[in-house]
Design a protein around this ligand. Structure first.
Ligand code: FO1
Length: 315
């Protein structure tokens, strides 16, 4: 795909990797709508894990092993916070901390979330735009045997150990797609749902009132939607998506994910190890593409992104 713009929906490390691959092809013609349900307040600062993971990946400074945070970051501030008796289970690197300080200060000075994020992105010199799914706060919460937990409490402090019985997105009824998201949608010739957790990364984005309708309207105009499976060989490449799907009684497979996107996706990309599942995807009325979806390095990110864009162009 050469000239037209593309909109990607992403959350978490897998989404950030594909967004990075897409940026390699599209540069400033890429807009990435990110989940803000994982956002949290730590030490009086707003932390936006999915936005920041995409930001650091697009800037090429992500911590290679974890995929989030900044490569080579130190943790002196965290150690000092611990010395003051503050909680340290959610670990913020020193350079990462600077982002949360700047963002929170600008918000407290009256800045709007999307504008503040775009300003910070410009400082890191990335070509694409990363757009929070909404300016209003939305917070993902999961119900476990111990009751409702904030997402990062479940994800980081409890290391995703408790079984998730229910998921909700607090505040979502009052959220709206931003003018920037709607403008990016209107300008896009194709939409990519990245290989992110469908239940806690993509669902909040699609759950913003008006978002599904806006994507539906784009499809009516002939804008194709491709989704990439985050489940490979019946397992999540990263994170708890597989366990969450199972606990909620959903099929833990690429077909199970495709089913969640059946009313939205024209193309579904599944990994070569799941080639036998392609007919099950096609049976849902979605065109299946089978390829290597494991993004081990920059070249693999760009190659997968190229295949996704090629499949969309062919629609
Ligand atoms: N994940 C962890 O497993 N432990 C951490 O201490 C942690 C800190 C952290 C700080 C900033 C940030 O942007 C992300 C951070 N993450 C951490 C990752 C993050 O919580 C998850 O990857 C996402 O929320 C899941 O999509």
């Amino acid at each position: 795909m050469t000239d037209p713009a593309v909109l990607a929906l992403a959350g978490g490390v897998g989404g950030a990797k594909l967004a990075d691959g897409l940026q390699a092809h599209l540069g400033d013609r890429l807009a990435v709508v990110v989940n803000t349900g994982d956002d949290c307040e730590r030490h009086g600062l707003l932390v936006m894990p999915d936005h920041d993971t995409v930001l650091y990946n697009l800037a090429g400074i992500e911590q290679a092993e974890w995929g989030w945070g900044i490569e080579g970051d130190t943790h002196a501030a965290m150690a000092q916070l611990g010395a003051y008796g503050e909680e340290t289970w959610f670990s913020l690197g020193d350079r990462d901390l600077a982002l949360h300080v700047a963002r929170t200060a600008r918000l407290q000075a009256g800045g709007r979330l999307t504008e503040v994020c775009l300003g910070l992105q410009r400082s890191l010199g990335i070509a694409a735009r990363i757009l929070p799914m909404a300016d209003e706060p939305v917070r993902t919460e999961v119900r476990t045997d111990d009751g409702w937990l904030e997402f990062q409490d479940y994800f980081v402090r409890l290391r995703q150990a408790p079984e998730v019985l229910e998921i909700r997105f607090a505040g979502i009824d009052d959220a709206r797609p931003t003018a920037e998201v709607l403008a990016a949608l209107a300008a896009s010739a194709a939409i990519v749902i990245c290989p992110s957790n469908p239940l806690v990364s993509v669902a909040p984005i699609l759950g913003v009132p008006g978002m599904r309708e806006a994507i539906g309207a784009a499809r009516q105009r002939g804008v194709p939607v491709a989704a990439v499976s985050p489940i490979v060989g019946g397992r999540a490449l990263k994170g708890p998506a597989d366990r969450m799907l199972a606990a909620l009684g959903l099929e833990v497979s690429a077909v199970g994910v495709a089913r969640l996107y059946a009313d939205l996706a024209d193309v579904f990309v599944l990994d070569a190890v799941d080639a036998a599942l392609a007919p099950g995807v096609e049976a849902l009325g979605i065109h299946a593409i089978v390829t290597d979806t494991i993004m081990t390095d920059d070249a693999a990110r760009a190659r997968l992104a190229g295949e996704v864009l090629g499949a969309l162009e062919a629609r």
